[in-house]
Design a protein around this ligand. Structure first.
Ligand code: NDP
Length: 314
């Protein structure tokens, strides 16, 4: 009998149909379907499920579940459900996703370094003014979160000529830039940076981490890019720092409520570029291959890929 693998997307639409098609193409030996299309016996026998943002109720009907595989890299919403259900959670770790994120970080760092917001405004008012450009080697980009996304971004930023510093939890001798660690070294990183890039997961420790106090430590005229999660940065404090022109500009990709509704307060943020969560979208074509490989290895060896640490939250 082939292994039944329930696929639990956020919504069933064209995109989820594409995912399903890819899973079936890359795992022809498995029976992959939405839970509603599986028999009770198939659901009872399922050991692994592929999920986006499942509700606990979705997983309760799968009594033999041994682990779940998320289609996304950010899993703060899945952790409580997986934890409650008592199964390991494997998140998406796709090198091509990290590459796309690095491109986004480089793009928007150059946007800030090259003062594009100023030139856009000058054009609007027909102002001809050349703003002095510092040497790129003298511009420091601090990356908060040196995981898959941070490391790839560091490499591209360094290649472009930026001075890069990194901040993470654990000492990492192999880090390709000057690195700082833990809460006590965060002020030092923030004080030095011209551009701060947030690539942290949302956890109990990072929630509200970039507070009013931390923003005040940033250099006058520095900028912030948040491509991690909204909850890491206090957006009200950010608004004040931008309004008071303590900070030059912010580029945001992530919000408490997505998508932003027309009346969302974020639209009012001054000196801010708002992106609709596009820094590094999961690519079903590459992600489905990775998920298929992980499931195939599990069926062959019983080995579950490295899972999220529920205690630390990432
Ligand atoms: P990883 O788990 O690979 O890396 C997380 C990094 O954050 C690690 O370096 C870790 O430190 C560091 N970190 C976590 N908690 C702390 C803390 N309390 N203090 C200091 N450092 C900490 O994650 P990824 O790089 O794959 O992804 C990062 C986040 O990016 C995701 O969680 C998601 O929220 C976001 N994301 C956003 C996307 C978008 O399109 N906007 C797309 C994909 C991801 P250490 O190395 O010491 O453990």
């Amino acid at each position: 009998m082939s292994l039944s693998v329930p696929f639990i997307p956020n919504v069933i639409n064209e995109r989820s149909e594409r995912w399903l098609q890819l899973f079936r193409q890359h795992l022809p030996e498995c029976h992959i379907a939405y839970p509603a299309d599986l028999t009770e016996a198939q659901k009872k026998a399922s050991e692994v499920a592929i999920v986006a943002n499942p509700a606990l109720a979705d997983l309760v009907t799968l009594p033999s579940l041994k682990w779940i595989h998320s289609t996304w890299a950010g899993v703060e919403k899945v952790i409580p459900v997986a934890r409650e259900r008592g199964v390991p959670l494997v998140r998406m770790q796709d090198p091509s996703l990290a590459k796309v994120m690095a491109e986004a970080v480089l793009t928007w760092s150059l946007f800030l370094y090259r003062r594009i917001p100023d030139y856009q405004q000058q054009q609007q008012y027909k102002i001809w003014r050349q703003i002095p450009l510092p040497d790129i080697n003298d511009v420091t980009v601090a990356i908060l979160g040196m995981g898959n996304m941070g490391l790839a971004s560091c490499q591209l930023l360094k290649h472009a000529g930026f001075r890069v510093t990194g901040w993470q939890r654990n000492h990492n001798n192999a880090a390709p830039c000057e690195c700082y660690y833990g809460a006590e070294q965060l002020p030092e990183v923030l004080q030095q940076a011209d551009i701060v890039v947030v690539l942290l997961p949302l956890t109990a420790d990072t929630c509200g981490l970039i507070s009013r106090q931390q923003l005040a430590l940033m250099k006058p005229g520095a900028s912030l890019i948040n491509f991690g999660r909204a909850g890491v940065v206090d957006y009200q404090a950010l608004q004040d720092a931008l309004q008071q022109q303590h900070l030059y500009h912010a580029v945001l990709d992530v919000y408490e409520q997505e998508p932003l509704t027309p009346d969302a307060k974020e639209w009012q943020l001054p000196s801010c570029t708002l992106l609709p969560h596009v820094a590094a979208p999961t690519n079903p074509e590459t992600a489905s291959v990775i998920i298929a490989e992980n499931i195939r290895r599990y069926t062959a060896t019983g080995c579950i890929p490295p899972a999220v640490d529920f205690e630390r939250g990432y």
